[in-house]
Design a protein around this ligand. Structure first.
Ligand code: PAF
Length: 298
């Protein structure tokens, strides 16, 4: 079946509602484009578990706290369409901020404050602290995308760990859709796939796998029986100490009971999380320390 490409959310909404009315299950994958194998794994999984798959491509200005990051974010719609079609997508749609939120734009071109969504407790600390406003922007667009598509299931990658918490809580509060969290896809050397990797120079590309190496060393310490967040965190910090990367945070949290600050006492499950700048490019990654691979629920 050919993939349909729609260039506004209202046409996309009509198509999705029609499909659901006809009794078809709909998987949904939200993206900002510049798609890579990580996104494709979400599309393929959605295609395997649903009758149809809708994919959004929208570089959401509401979630960029750094205007330079928004300007440099890679955009390649034609290539994205081909990839989604190849991975079993049924419909891909785009739109402008105005089209997503008709009548709700403020004078400055942003969104009226009253239209912004509270991202909840998963947004507290780490990414939420280093990227003020980011998760409110994510929650606002994801809620809107769920309204537009009304999917049966929505698929998100665990690379953005706190985003997964925010989206899961949002869907839980609304009672739908089912949110499916999927494992991070990596390069051979461990670097988590990200659209921003396209912006790395050769030198920074060579340095970037240090993040995953430090996370794996911390997981090895967990496997030896260490359960204290502060000691696990010290290992993570140590693993990055002589790297050229500029570390914003290297932290350990309880993966099932998110807290803004480091948890005290012995952990039963844990996630190590890192944000670091490779030159101008900000990279994030995480690893579930209590897992050998694969994913648990968060
Ligand atoms: O993960 C992303 O690419 C974005 O945060 C999302 C979920 C598409 C919302 O803009």
């Amino acid at each position: 079946m050919d993939m349909l490409h729609l260039d506004n959310p209202s046409a996309a909404s009509e198509w999705c509602v029609l499909q659901r009315e006809q009794g078809r299950s709909l998987g949904f994958v939200a993206t900002m484009g510049a798609l890579h194998s990580g996104h494709m794994s979400l599309v393929r999984r959605a295609a395997a578990e649903n009758d149809l798959v809708a994919v959004s491509v929208f570089v959401n200005p509401l979630q960029f706290n750094d205007p330079g990051d928004l300007d440099s974010y890679p955009r390649q719609l034609e290539g994205d369409c081909a990839l989604v079609a190849g991975a079993g997508g049924s419909m891909l749609f785009t739109g402008s901020l105005e089209e997503f939120f008709p009548g709700k734009l403020a004078q400055d071109g942003g969104l009226e404050a009253s239209a912004m969504v509270d991202p909840g407790s998963g947004a507290e600390g780490l990414e939420g602290e280093f990227r003020p406003g980011h998760f409110a922007g994510v929650a606002t667009i994801v809620k809107r995308l769920f309204e537009v598509t009304q999917p049966t299931r929505a698929y998100f990658g665990l690379k953005d760990f706190q985003q997964c918490l925010v989206v899961r809580d949002l869907a839980f509060a609304q009672g739908k859709p089912e949110v499916v969290l999927c494992p991070t896809v990596r390069e051979q050397d461990g670097l988590a796939l990200s659209s921003r990797n396209l912006l790395l120079s050769d030198e920074w590309r060579a340095e970037a796998p240090r993040i995953q190496q430090a996370l794996r060393a911390t997981r090895a310490l967990w496997q030896q029986g260490q359960r204290e967040a502060s000691i696990l965190r010290a290992c993570l910090v140590e693993g990055l100490a002589d790297s050229a990367l500029e570390v914003e945070y290297a932290a350990v949290r309880d993966s099932l009971n998110w807290t803004r600050d480091e948890p005290e006492g012995s952990l039963v499950q844990a996630v190590g999380l890192v944000a670091a700048k490779a030159g101008e490019v900000r990279l994030i990654d995480n690893l579930l320390l209590h897992m050998d691979g694969g994913v648990d629920s968060v």
